[in-house]
Design a protein around this ligand. Structure first.
Ligand SMILES: [Fe+2]
Length: 209
């Protein structure tokens, strides 16, 4: 039987009712946090590699350089496996178009290799990609690899994409390549009015090989 409560909620309720006692000097919140970190996860849905992947992208977290036109974008996330283990050292390759929908096929603009840190976290700065004729939605391509795990090829989409008319729940399938709503990520606007930045979180989960 499925339950409407998360494991954390059940544990918190049990603590409140006294049916669970935590006997540790680290206290309830640290213990619950540790449990949460090891929670099982669903693998991230795969998505097409597309024709514009290029090997040997430079290792950098700055895809955007000073003066680049377009809406500045900061993407961050964490890499896990299905057991909830953080995949420190996972390698991500990301590639996208410029803000006007142009892929650099001669060079490596808006292409990068990233290494997840000790907590499996990654981040990069870029611009919100543009639309291009053969694709309906703005997207960033990902290829993620980690020893002992199946490589993950997927794409990140933006809930603010005008194609969704403000309702990605209803309209995500307007792009026939989007089979999973969870690849469409919420966008947070941060910064100040003269210096707005779009922020997106994209957690990834790899299956064991
Ligand atoms: Fe693409």
């Amino acid at each position: 039987m499925s339950t409407p409560f998360s494991r954390r909620e059940i544990l918190q309720k049990s603590l409140a009712l006294g049916t669970l006692v935590i006997a540790s000097s680290h206290g309830p919140s640290a213990m619950l946090h540790a449990l949460e970190q090891s929670e099982e996860r669903k693998p991230t849905p795969p998505n097409d590699l597309g024709p514009f992947y290029k090997r040997l992208a430079p290792e950098t977290t700055s895809l955007r350089v000073a003066g680049d036109p377009g809406m500045p974008l900061a993407v961050s996330g964490q890499i896990f496996d299905t057991r909830g283990e953080k995949l420190s050292g996972a390698v991500l390759e990301v590639w996208q178009t410029s803000h006007v929908g142009h892929y650099d096929v001669e060079g490596y603009r808006y292409r990068a290799k990233l290494i997840a840190d000790a907590s499996g976290a990654y981040k990069f700065d870029s611009v919100v990609p543009g639309h291009y004729p053969d694709r309906v939605c703005q997207h960033i391509h990902y290829l993620v690899t980690a020893p002992g795990h199946k490589p993950l090829v997927t794409q990140l989409y933006f809930a603010t994409d005008p194609v969704f008319d403000g309702d990605p729940d209803k309209n995500f399938s307007r792009d026939p390549l989007i089979h999973s709503r969870e690849l469409v990520r919420p966008v947070t606007l941060a910064g100040d009015p003269k210096d707005i930045i779009a922020k997106v979180r994209f957690e990834l989960c790899l299956e064991r090989a």
